[in-house]
Structures are given as C-alpha cells and as structure tokens.
Design a protein around this ligand. Structure first.
Ligand SMILES: Nc1ncnc2c1ncn2[C@@H]1O[C@H](COP(=O)(O)OP(=O)(O)OP(=O)(O)O)[C@@H](O)[C@H]1O
Length: 306
C-alpha cells in the first residue's frame, strides 16, 4: 500500500520542512512507495485527508507535524477504521506522541512506521456543539485550558519560544496570564450513566482521551486511548493561588491529590455552563459555547505505536 505523507512544513516554526528534507532521502534509499502532500495553509491537512479517503478504500497515512496538523487530518478522514496512521511528532507540544508512546525522535518514529511491531485500535473523541462535531485524538476542553489554546495561537510567545527550542513552555507562560484574568463559572455534567455532577466555581474541564495535554500536563494520569472511555478532569472551587501551585504538579500527575480536582470516567457527557466559554480540540481553538456534548466515535483508528 502506498504511504501518503501529509507534512506541515511550518510546524514548530519551520522545522517541519527541514525535517522532511532529512527524512525523504531515507524513503528513497529504502525504495518506499510514497506520495507527499505538503500543506500550504491552515485546514489543508483536513482537505488532503478527505480527498484521499473519499474512495472508501483502505489507506496508509503518515502525518509529519504537531498535534494541530494531526487533528486536522483526523477531521478529514471519512472512515476512521479504514485508515492506518503513522505519526512523526515535530510540533511544539507533541502530546499525542507522549500519550501513545510513539518515539519522539523523527528518525526513530519513521523506522517504527516502516517496520511496525504493534498497531493499536485507538479511540477518537468527538466534541459536538449545535449538532456539529469536531474530532480529537488527545483532548477537548472548555474554559481555562481552551482560553490558553486561543491565546497561544495568537501570541508571539509560541514563535519566540519555538525558536529557542522550548516551544512547549508557551502554554505555561500563557496559562499564568489567563489564571489571573479568568472568572469561574457554574458547570453541570450529565454522564452517560445518568448521574449529574454540579461544580459551582469551575475554571475548566478537560475531556481526555490520552493522559497529557498542553505540552506535557498529565491531567488524567489513567487515561488510555484504547479503553473505550474518556477521562474528565474538572478544576473547581479553588483559589487562583492554589491553581498556580497546582499547575506545576500536573506535569507529574500529582495534582489529582488537590481538593478541587475531580477526575471522572465516562463514555459520553453533556456539559452545560452558565456563561459561554472557549472550546478546544487537540489544542486547536474553536467557538465559544454554553452547551456541548463529548463522546467517542464508534469507529476506531489504527495507529502504529511500536
Ligand atoms: N503550511 C502551513 N502554513 C501555515 N500554517 C499551517 C500550515 N500547515 C498547517 N498549518 C497550521 O499550523 C497549525 C499548527 O501546526 P502543528 O500542530 O503542526 O504545529 P505546532 O503548532 O508547532 O505543534 P503543536 O500543535 O504540537 O503545538 C495548525 O493549526 C495547522 O492548521
């Protein structure tokens, strides 16, 4: 089967193009049958994936980019179960690779794809708002973490820190700023078992398919991309000072000990807030909303993990 390489040359401020130039000779040397699809702008990766999968046949994709490019590819795939995905992580946050165990080194990741030992059937999440769905592989969120994604996308910090090779710090820098500015909301969760949980002063809720988001925050240490469940983390009823203390401990997953951090598991959840909040899927910001539904797609995606 032909390998479709979908490459974001602009990932990590231009590193994508440089790495592709280093990896391509390896494909030629190994006489791999491949086709290259370079993105030229936002949303291109989704269009490419959609066009390739339109024929309803099985396909092999290799995504070279960050979590954002991977998310766009997911959104374009017609039938998830007909695609086998290899991933070469070169973004600034790389939470998909971190959460699945895909090698962080691009050459090692390419070797894994070309000689796979394990292909996992992975859950893919979907966030629905006003009847429209957006897929995610890592996480979706409402509130503070989504506001951080919005701001990282427009802030100069990510570009500057990427150039210094510490791009993942951009989330931490912007997070500090948002904590100071954001106001809490009332949040109601209705889980698929019928139970309802109400949180009076909520800063954010993260719906995690994998353990990490935001460049290494281990928000749901027990999340697994193949268990058929979403893990939810709600941060509520805490002072801003406590949130500031809590965030660094989330890098190791120790934040779950704090009173005010609630972890839940479900297959689907309805979310209502008393004020419209920003949303994100895999760090890609989307609209503001007061009512969303988060669940898993019925079809699973075949992901080369080892
Ligand atoms: N050729 C392109 N030019 C400009 N933007 C692009 C291009 N291709 C993709 N994009 C956009 O760039 C954004 C970020 O890309 P990507 O996720 O690959 O890298 P990153 O931001 O460095 O990594 P991460 O998402 O892990 O932080 C995505 O939202 C995507 O839509």
């Amino acid at each position: 089967m032909i390998y479709h390489f979908i490459v974001n040359p602009r990932a990590r401020s231009g590193l994508g193009e440089m790495l592709w130039k280093q990896l391509e000779p390896e494909l030629c040397r190994k006489r791999i049958d491949y086709q290259i699809h370079l993105t030229t702008k936002k949303k291109d990766a989704g269009k490419i994936a959609s066009e390739i999968t339109e024929d309803g046949q099985e396909h092999m994709f290799v995504v070279l980019g960050g979590d954002g490019t991977l998310n766009e590819v997911l959104s374009g795939i017609k039938s998830l179960e007909k695609v086998t995905l290899g991933y070469i992580p070169i973004g600034s946050s790389n939470d998909f690779a971190r959460g699945t165990g895909i090698p962080g080194d691009p050459f090692e990741a390419l070797d894994t794809i070309l000689s796979p030992k394990r292909v996992e059937k992975m859950d893919i999440g979907v966030l629905k708002r006003e009847g429209k769905g957006r897929r995610f592989a890592v996480s979706a969120g409402i509130g503070f973490d989504a506001a951080v994604c919005h701001e990282v996308c427009v802030s100069k910090w990510k570009r500057v820190l990427n150039l210094l090779k510490i791009g993942k710090l951009s989330y931490a820098v912007v997070a500090m700023d948002r904590i100071i500015k954001d106001r809490p909301v009332k949040l109601e969760l209705t889980l698929d078992d019928g139970s309802m949980k109400v949180f009076e002063r909520t800063y954010f809720a993260a719906f995690m398919n994998l353990p990490y988001e935001g460049g290494g925050f281990k928000f749901c240490p027990d999340a697994s991309g193949s268990d058929g469940f979403l893990d939810i983390m709600v941060v509520s009823d805490l002072s801003k000072l406590k949130i500031l203390c809590l965030l660094p401990t989330a890098f190791s997953g120790k934040h779950t000990r704090f009173k005010g951090v609630t972890i839940l598991k479900c297959r689907s959840v309805k979310v209502v807030t008393d004020r419209a909040l920003p949303l994100h899927t895999d760090g890609e910001p989307s609209f503001l909303s007061k009512e969303i539904e988060v669940s898993l797609e019925k079809e699973k995606l075949n992901v080369i993990v080892e």
